[in-house]
Design a protein. Structure first.
Length: 407
């Protein structure tokens, strides 16, 4: 009989307490969340990549032409397979009319000199230009009819400096090309004036002589560039993400060698436009300077990893921590709270947290009922983390007494 009473009392105790918890509005019965596992928000470098395949190739070829109206072809000065640099002689021809040819070369030389002067002046003016740093917004015109004032934020000085530098770099490249053109014309004019009839045509390109036309049909010489690049293909979904200048990791399939490159060109049109087939877009990858490419030859196949997005030292959590864009966080007050988060790059099991959490926050993946939000939590004691050697130090009795009184 006594045993039955004990069982009845135990069941009644459990039922009554469960009923009180169920009817409680959260102010009288304190709930405790038991959290056996937890982690901290850490920082990591995260990358979003696109995979592709490619093949090493020469960067292209250039063509040399001969205008038969200028004179009679005299002879080639190079052979197929020969390597040429800018300025190396390619062929000679004999002019029909000395005076007319001299006048034409002189006119072209003066024209190029004028273009060089214009480019140099543009560079000088841009270098001397000082970008103002406005301290207040610029008011654009009078007030509108509804009484509002249109305020235009000044352009960021940093962006303006970048645009200035890009302009100077572009003009310097144009200047170098025009100066080389000037040198070639001056050399032809010197040949004409010294020989009286013969002009030597020099190579405007650096590379290998791929083909010489024995019939003198244009182009009479094809120069293959010896610089290397990687030609590859990407699909439709990747075309939306891939852009020029994005970094690329190139891994050669032949020997596993890893090289660094960047997207130099990407076509807007696919190879073919068919309703029943996927669109494939060609891309080109250039190699970064300072890498040894002597043992790499055209035809080598490679795996390409294109970095389309990156976040350095991003606040990172495991993907299992985030449920429906929310995370359970254990705050410094000893309570759990359900916080919304905005996520970014997903790399494997690592997920970037853009907002909602800070580096070092304590979070858990445990399934906790939403009613426990704002409630205290407890975690299991980790014996290995207890500083046993310091337990007897300090006023431990006062702390223990305070803990008993609080509970």
């Amino acid at each position: 009989m006594r045993k039955k009473i004990k069982w009845f009392a135990l069941i009644a105790f459990i039922v009554i307490n469960s009923l009180l918890i169920w009817l409680d509005d959260g102010d009288k019965v304190e709930r405790l969340a038991y959290i056996p596992t937890w982690e901290r928000v850490y920082q990591a470098d995260l990358y979003e990549t696109v995979e592709a395949e490619g093949v090493v190739s020469y960067s292209g070829e250039s063509y040399v032409y001969f205008d038969k109206e200028l004179g009679s072809f005299d002879g080639f000065l190079v052979e197929e397979g020969a390597t040429v640099k800018v300025g190396d002689p390619l062929f000679q021809y004999q002019v029909h009319d000395y005076a007319e040819t001299e006048a034409l070369l002189t006119y072209e030389l003066e024209k190029v000199n004028g273009e060089i002067d214009a480019i140099e002046n543009a560079i000088t003016e841009m270098v001397a230009f000082r970008i103002p740093t406005p301290s207040v917004p610029v008011v654009a015109g009078d007030e509108e009819e509804d009484g509002t004032t249109v305020v235009v934020a000044p352009e960021q000085p940093v962006e303006a400096e970048v645009m200035k530098e890009q302009f100077i770099i572009q003009k310097e490249q144009e200047l170098a090309a025009k100066q080389e053109q000037e040198r070639i014309i001056q050399s032809q004019l010197d040949d004409l004036q010294s020989t009286g009839a013969i002009i030597t045509v020099e190579s405007p390109f650096e590379g290998k002589i791929k083909e010489i036309s024995s019939t003198l049909s244009d182009p009479i010489i094809r120069v293959e560039h010896t610089s290397l690049l990687v030609k590859g293909d990407i699909g439709e979904s990747a075309r939306v993400e891939v852009e020029v200048e994005q970094p690329v990791e190139v891994v050669l399939k032949e020997n596993g060698q890893t090289l660094l490159g960047f997207i130099t060109n990407i076509k807007d049109s696919p190879y073919e436009v068919e309703v029943d087939s996927k669109s494939i877009y060609p891309i080109e990858v250039g190699f970064k300077e300072g890498q040894v490419l002597d043992t790499i030859y055209p035809g080598y196949h490679a795996d390409l990893t294109i970095t389309v997005n990156e976040s350095i030292q991003a606040n990172t959590v495991d993907t299992s921590m985030v449920q429906q864009h929310h995370v359970w966080r254990m705050n410094d007050s000893g309570k759990v709270e359900l916080v919304p988060v905005q996520t970014g790059i997903l790399m494997g099991d690592q997920l970037e947290v853009i907002s909602g959490l800070a580096h070092g926050n304590v979070i858990t993946e445990e399934e906790i009922h939403s009613d426990f939000s704002g409630m205290p939590f407890i975690t299991p004691l980790k014996i290995s983390h207890v500083p046993w050697l310091t337990i007897g130090q300090g006023d431990w009795l006062a702390y223990m007494t305070k803990g008993i009184i609080v509970r």
